[in-house]
Ligand binder design. Structure first.
Ligand code: HEC
Length: 200
C-alpha cells in the first residue's frame, strides 16, 4: 500500500462526511480488475460463442432443448379420443369451471385474464378462434396445451380430472360474447371464425 497522500483530507464535504484521498489497497484493485476480466470472458462465453467453452450448451441450444422437451411431453400427453361432449350449463358446474380458470393450480387467468379478454393467450370470448371453438376442441386444446407458444398441458401441466376439464371448457363457452374491455386483438393471419375451416 502506498503512503502517498496518506490521510490528507480532501476539501469537499457531503453532509459532514469527508474523505481521504488514499490509494485503494492493491488487493482490492486487483480483485476489481479480475471482475472486469471475468465479465468479458463471461460475455464472450455465453453471449457470443455458439458453443461455449465453459458449459455444455449455448443459450440458443438450451432454449431449443427445453422447447423440444415440452413438445415431447405434450405429444406424450394422453390423446383423448372423445365422443361428442355435452356442454354443461348448470350454475354449480360453471362456478367450478370459473374457480379452476381463475385459480392458481392451472394458471389459465394469468395468461387469458379473468374476464378472458386475453393477454399472453388469445381472447376466449369472441367468435375468432385459433384452434377451434367446439367443446371437444377446447377440451383437447386444454389437455395438450401449446407448449411452443407458452401454454403447457392443462395450462400449467398439472393434470385435472375429466370432470373438471368439461367444467372449465363449459365455463369458457359460457363467457362467449361477454365483450371484455380492451381484448387482445384478433390475429387476422391465424384467427378464424368459430366453426369455419381450421387453418392448417
Ligand atoms: C402461460 C400462458 C397460458 C396459460 C397458463 C394458459 N394459456 Fe391457454 N393459451 C395460451 C396461448 C399463448 C394460446 C395460443 C396458442 C397459439 O397461439 O396457438 C392459448 C390458447 C388457448 C386456447 C385455444 C384458443 C383458440 O383461439 O383456439 C384455449 C381454449 C385455452 N388456451 C384455454 C386455456 C385454459 C383453460 C387454461 C388453464 C387450464 C389456459 N389456457 C392456460 C397461453 C396460456
Amino acid at each position: 500500500m502506498s503512503d502517498k497522500n496518506k490521510d490528507v483530507l480532501l476539501d469537499h464535504d457531503a453532509d459532514g462526511i469527508r474523505e481521504f484521498d488514499n490509494d485503494l489497497p492493491r488487493w482490492w484493485l486487483y480483485g476489481f480488475y479480475l471482475t472486469i476480466v471475468m465479465s468479458v470472458l463471461y460475455l464472450v462465453n455465453w453471449h457470443v460463442l455458439e458453443t461455449p467453452i465453459i458449459g455444455d450448451k449455448g443459450q440458443v441450444a438450451e432454449y431449443e432443448a427445453e422447447v423440444a422437451l415440452w413438445a415431447e411431453r405434450a405429444a406424450a400427453a394422453p390423446k383423448k379420443e372423445m365422443g361428442a361432449l355435452t356442454v354443461l350449463t348448470d350454475a354449480a358446474s360453471l362456478a367450478r369451471g370459473k374457480e379452476i380458470f381463475n385459480g392458481t393450480d392451472h394458471l389459465c387467468a394469468t395468461c387469458h385474464r379473468e374476464d378472458m379478454g386475453g393477454m399472453v393467450g388469445p381472447n376466449l370470448t369472441d367468435d375468432h378462434w385459433l384452434h377451434g371453438c367446439s367443446v371437444e376442441e377446447i377440451v383437447k386444446n386444454i389437455v395438450s396445451g401449446f407448449p411452443e407458444m407458452g401454454m403447457l398441458p392443462y395450462g400449467s401441466s398439472t393434470k385435472m380430472s375429466d370432470d373438471d376439464l368439461l367444467k372449465v371448457a363449459s365455463y369458457i363457452i359460457s363467457m362467449r360474447g361477454t365483450n371484455p374491455p380492451e381484448p387482445k386483438p384478433v390475429d387476422p393471419e391465424r384467427d378464424v371464425l368459430c366453426g369455419a375451416k381450421e387453418p392448417s
